[in-house]
Design a protein around this ligand. Sequence first.
Ligand code: SAH
Ligand code: SF4
Ligand code: F3S
Length: 453
Amino acid sequence: MLTETSKPHSGKSLDRLYIKTYGCQMNEYDSSRMADLMKEAYGLRLTATPEEADVILMNTCSVREKAEDKVYSELGRYRKIKNRNPDLIIGVGGCVAQQEGERIQKRAPYVDIVFGPQTYHNLPEMVNRIRRERVHLTAIEMPEIEKFDHLPTPGVQGVSGFVTIMEGCDKFCTFCVVPYTRGSELSRPVHDVLDECRTLLQKGAAEINLLGQNVNGYRGDGADGEEWDFTMLLYAVAKLEGLKRLRFITSHPIEMTSELAVAFGELPQLMPFLHLPVQSGSDRILKAMHRGHTRDDYFRMIDELREHCPDLALSSDFIVGYPGETDEDFADTIDLVRRVGYDSSYCFKYSPRPGTPASKIEDDIPEGVKDARLQTLLDLIREQSRAATGQQVGKTLDILVEKEGKKPGDMQGRTPDFKIVHFRGQKRQIGQIMPVKIIEAYGQSLRGELCIV
Ligand code: SAH
Ligand code: SF4
Ligand code: F3S
């Protein structure tokens, strides 16, 4: 869409970029790639406050309730800034943008660009047009061409690097907007993934996190002309020089394979942590949600994983109050959580999302019941988290040092199974793996003492 607006842009150079990111790690990744792009095209530098920005980008998430309201209320804040600085360029990207499209500019005409997750590689060009012609742009097509071919090499430095290996979702769980906002599953070719990993490692990353809506649904073209699956890719990434740790998120139970379970036992770089969302422990609800597996299938997967990797820490996502969920269904979820034993989990109350099949069924579970179920589940998960962190006390663990802690003299790092540890250390230890003896456990995190080696 293209609409004329009245005021021309003054043509002043662009200097500062503010990005507000909501949602999953893929949105975090996309935001950092947008920053890379805008830096390359305009020399824009990131700023911490929207008030001093020349360009504001919102990278939105629409996975749960009130997503749209949050976007509009934040936009209200930017409108005031634009009243003071008419040159300000405001862009709304991400999953709400994909879903709402032109509706955003109808409600908020001061928004210059609406762009979806598959078109942000065109941002510099769109910004250029806005400056020349002061038009409104909407770019929410889902082009076949790969945006990844148009992105500059990643510029972000740090101990932990993120690489999107596949995007989109073909699973169509009845409650979920992601297949509509991210499009169908698309995997990057193997050499692209390996090149990006190598770049991050050369820039000092010690850990690589592979990202995808269903990472283990990866099916990418290999240089040999063969299709590679996720486990093949893992083995190749694990071999890269300089890689100390390898992680990935998010996996889908129906894409779990025995080879992947074996990889957890075989690859020393692959850390013993797996986020494997199950959503519900009730077969009836799993079926209604279109998840494609039963609770027993899930138990079998967990058994196989633990057989190869006994220390594996698990986490999951849960939805309570899906339409028609009875007390028995919820009891099955509680039973599943007790049987599996999670280190952590995200728990959500079901909320109908626009355009999803479930939104056409009555959202019939009263709010009070949803609240009570959520609380029961959260209490149990919290209890399990405490037990999991408590078990680490007294052990000496390999900690990848990530950054300075909040307290002066403190450093912060992660255990192999992804728990945060604080300890007295030195800045020069960042990026190294250090032995730390765990002396105290808090709810979610640990305190330790560096072992002198
Ligand atoms: N691809 C991931 C999940 C992405 S969305 C997977 O399949 O596991 C992240 C989580 O948000 C989901 O796992 C689900 O628990 C939650 N979620 C998604 N849609 C929701 C809805 N309509 N209401 C409540 N929670 C929802
Ligand atoms: Fe959503 Fe299901 Fe796809 Fe996950 S697998 S992104 S929950 S549709
Ligand atoms: Fe949200 Fe889109 Fe990620 S809906 S969770 S930002 S894929």
